[in-house]
Ligand binder design. Structure first.
Ligand SMILES: *[C@@H]1O[C@H](CO)[C@@H](O)[C@H](O)[C@H]1NC(C)=O
Ligand SMILES: *[C@@H]1O[C@H](CO)[C@@H](O)[C@H](O)[C@H]1NC(C)=O
Ligand SMILES: *[C@@H]1O[C@H](CO)[C@@H](O)[C@H](O)[C@H]1NC(C)=O
Ligand SMILES: *[C@@H]1O[C@H](CO)[C@@H](O)[C@H](O)[C@H]1NC(C)=O
Length: 245
């Protein structure tokens, strides 16, 4: 979530930097787009180290040494821990669309992640009416993940401060394929495969069937957070933060 909102901020900011330029040169949308793409390329590189001075750990890969979980989904209960969890591919996205319209103060984008995946070891007590102890390795991936949408922004009232304000964030997330490969959910190979298929279907539906819900949630939640984070920083301050300068 943090990385997603960071990305949104980067996009908005890069667009805004362009907007300043465009006040003088109306037809520079295309160069704005290349500023954004350049900034994103720097972000990809910086993701390897993270932004420790702002409390953002390395994101490529993003690693969690140990985390306990306690999931309660009605009659199903799972309590346990993951160890050595790593998220791969956060920095391996392709910018397929980056299109700024300076007149409409709108930025359209589309990113594609070929594979965003998680590997981990897990231990769990899974219980319905009975308890089962489980442990093993787990791999999960979202493949051909498209994140597209637009951001509308304003650059402040002429004559006052040029603080950026994000007015609307619209994001659609669609995944082409989901892979779940969790070992030892059942000691029977065939049943284990079946359970993983159910998980795949569940994740696929959760992502692909809730795009509107997610978009609304993101807009109402993340927009104010972005504006809070931006605060009263100048565009240059924030570009420096993002590029790790
Ligand atoms: C996991 O994601 C990374 C980055 O996208 C990719 O290079 C790697 O092949 C993926 N792993 C698997 C097993 O698909
Ligand atoms: C992602 O977008 C590309 C076009 O940019 C399209 O070819 C592909 O089918 C999309 N994938 C999904 C899962 O919608
Ligand atoms: C977990 O599954 C793997 C691969 O299917 C197997 O090699 C291993 O023995 C299993 N571990 C346990 C504790 O059942
Ligand atoms: C994933 O969900 C979409 C939309 O609900 C559906 O069209 C598609 O067939 C599903 N794919 C898989 C692999 O289940």
């Amino acid at each position: 979530m943090k990385s997603l909102s960071l990305l949104a901020i980067i996009l908005a900011l890069a667009a805004c930097q362009g907007a300043e330029v465009a006040e003088k040169f109306a037809a520079q949308s295309r160069s704005v787009d290349s500023i954004i793409v350049d900034t994103l390329e720097k972000v990809k590189v910086q993701m390897v180290k993270g932004w420790p001075q702002y409390g953002i750990p390395p994101l490529a890969p993003f690693e969690i040494e140990h985390k306990e979980f306690d999931l309660d989904a009605g009659s199903m209960h799972a309590k346990g821990a993951v160890d050595g969890l790593a998220v791969h591919g956060l920095n391996e996205f392709e910018v397929r669309v980056m299109n700024t319209n300076l007149i409409l103060s709108r930025l359209k984008f589309e990113f594609n992640f070929a594979s965003l995946n998680v590997t981990t070891q897990y231990k769990a007590d899974v219980g319905a009416n009975y308890r089962m102890a489980r442990d093993g390795g787990a791999f999960m991936a979202l493949e051909d993940l498209n994140i597209s949408g637009h951001i509308k922004y304003s650059t402040g009232i002429v004559g006052s401060n040029n603080f950026l304000r994000i007015k609307e964030i619209n994001v659609n997330v669609v995944t082409g394929n989901v892979v779940s490969n969790i070992e030892n959910l059942s000691k029977y190979r065939i049943l284990n495969k079946k359970i993983n298929e159910i998980i795949e279907e569940f994740i696929n539906l959760t992502i692909n069937d809730n795009t509107e819900f997610f978009a609304d949630w993101l807009d109402s939640t993340v927009t104010p957070i972005c504006n809070d984070l931006i605060g009263e920083r100048t565009i240059k301050d924030i570009i420096d933060i993002i590029t790790g300068a």
